[in-house]
Design a protein around this ligand. Structure first.
Ligand code: ARG
Length: 439
């Protein structure tokens, strides 16, 4: 019943909402498309504005969604307007990103391939959702992004956009135009797009959950990253000589306070990025399997993510049963994989979250963390929902734990192991006996 309702609602939507609109004329040319473009203000997406206008006779609407990148939004807006866009939107989505994307990732202990807190990956479905909102509001016919054909982001954008707006065209020009960097710069110059002369050393992507650093010298996987690749973390050698202790309070599986101070999701993450970064905590260097099959050397700075995920995992071990912990590890890995792999919109994510959210009801308590010269250590934890009982482990205290029961338990626990070894020894002996009888 519900499914029918949803389909009917979409079918009855206004023509503008489905992108089927009468477009007007620009100069003498008939405008054939109205395109919403995810705009960063960089060279690629600036070239895209002009390219889309020309190639598609399009009106371009640009959107910049702020999930924690450092660029000046006002400057980006001015640049877009100078390049002749119809409209520009700057959206500050940091709070929403923290609460609706990062916090579920904390509950899921989300690490791709055991290392990467998916800080770039998580922001893509949110940016896609904002693009679609605008496209529906302004009656656009297409959506465009500046991702290349080599990376993961194209997969994330295409799938999320396609799931949210199945009737809109998706255009990814960088994948089709085949321009080299030099050709792109030459094109930019002919179109009056400002090109910065300072060659960029790295390709950076930033959200409040982490900073991704790629390209340049980092592509040589055998070399240690130079210091200038990092901005959020100091090198451990230069970190303070005294350790800092931080206590994180969790409620319902998410962090709610630091050192006794209640904080909203965004403020809490920002504070821990600063505190842990100051101690050189959160640098990640690994070989990552991209969806398109390429192995890439990736560097990240994720101070808050490193601290929060470690503390959260530690607390879960105190309050969940061993069966829950072990099973959840598989669910968590699958959740992180979906988010990394562009499948945020797949119903499986919410199915997994139904399990994850249920497990988080008891994940309450405090975790004490020590930060010192690039190292992070959990040094204490407590919880009102703890399954840890100090009396049970103390040899000197009489408790309800009956040691006499252990003998019977071990008997049964090791039953099959014992049986299989007895059998093995028997067959070995038989083989030996039959071998020695042979002439
Ligand atoms: N490999 C990471 C991911 O796919 C990060 C990509 C970062 N992009 C960049 N331009 N530095 O999520």
């Amino acid at each position: 019943m519900l499914c029918y309702k949803k389909v009917a609602k979409f079918k009855n939507a206004a023509p503008e909402a489905r992108g089927i609109i009468q477009l007007q004329k620009r100069g003498n040319k008939k405008i054939t498309e109205k395109i919403v473009l995810a705009y960063s203000g960089g060279l690629d997406t600036s070239v895209l504005i002009k390219w889309l206008q020309e190639k598609y006779n399009a009106e371009v609407i640009t959107v910049t969604v702020n999930v924690g990148q450092p660029e000046d939004l006002k400057e980006i807006e001015e640049k877009a307007l100078r390049l002749g866009v119809l409209k520009h939107y700057s959206i500050d989505a940091k709070e929403e990103f923290a609460a609706d994307y990062v916090f579920p990732a904390i509950k899921a202990n989300a690490l791709y391939e055991g290392k990467y807190p998916i800080s770039t990956s998580l922001s893509r479905p949110l940016i896609a959702a904002k693009m679609v909102e605008i496209a529906e509001k302004d009656g656009a016919t297409a959506l465009a992004h500046g991702c290349t054909g080599r990376g993961n982001d194209q997969v994330r954008f295409d799938i999320s956009l396609g799931a949210l707006a199945p009737d809109l065209k998706i255009i990814a020009p960088v994948r089709e135009w085949g321009m080299t960097r030099e050709e792109e710069i030459a094109y930019a110059k002919t179109k009056g797009i400002p090109v910065s002369t300072a060659a960029k050393k790295y390709s950076i992507d930033q959200s409040i959950w982490g900073r991704s650093i790629e390209c340049g010298i980092l592509e040589d996987a055998s070399k240690e990253p130079p210091e200038d690749a990092f901005e959020w973390t100091v090198t451990p050698e230069k970190a303070p000589n005294t350790p800092e202790y931080v206590t994180i309070k969790f409620d319902g599986g998410v962090p709610v306070a630091v050192n006794g101070k209640k904080l909203k999701p965004l403020a809490l993450i920002e504070l821990l990025n600063e505190t842990a970064g100051k101690h050189g905590v959160g640098r990640i260097d690994h070989i990552e399997d991209r969806l398109v099959g390429i192995k890439s050397r990736e560097n990240y700075e994720c101070p808050a993510a490193t601290v929060i995920l470690e503390a959260h995992k530690d607390l879960e071990k105190m309050v969940l049963t061993r069966h829950e912990v072990l099973f959840k590890q598989q669910i968590d890995a699958e959740w992180a994989f979906l988010a990394y792999a562009g499948l945020w919109m797949d119903p499986l994510r919410e199915d997994l979250e139904a399990f994850i959210n249920k497990t988080q009801e008891n994940v309450c308590g405090e975790v004490r963390v020590k930060l010192y010269k690039g190292a992070l250590q959990v040094v204490g934890r407590s919880s009102p929902m703890s399954l840890y009982d100090q009396n049970l482990v103390n040899y000197n205290i009489k408790t309800s734990f009956n040691q006499a029961h252990s003998k019977g338990f071990i008997e049964l626990w090791g039953l099959q192991t014992r049986m299989s070894n007895v059998l093995k020894q028997k067959t070995k002996k038989q083989k030996k006996a039959s071998g020695s009888k042979k002439p």
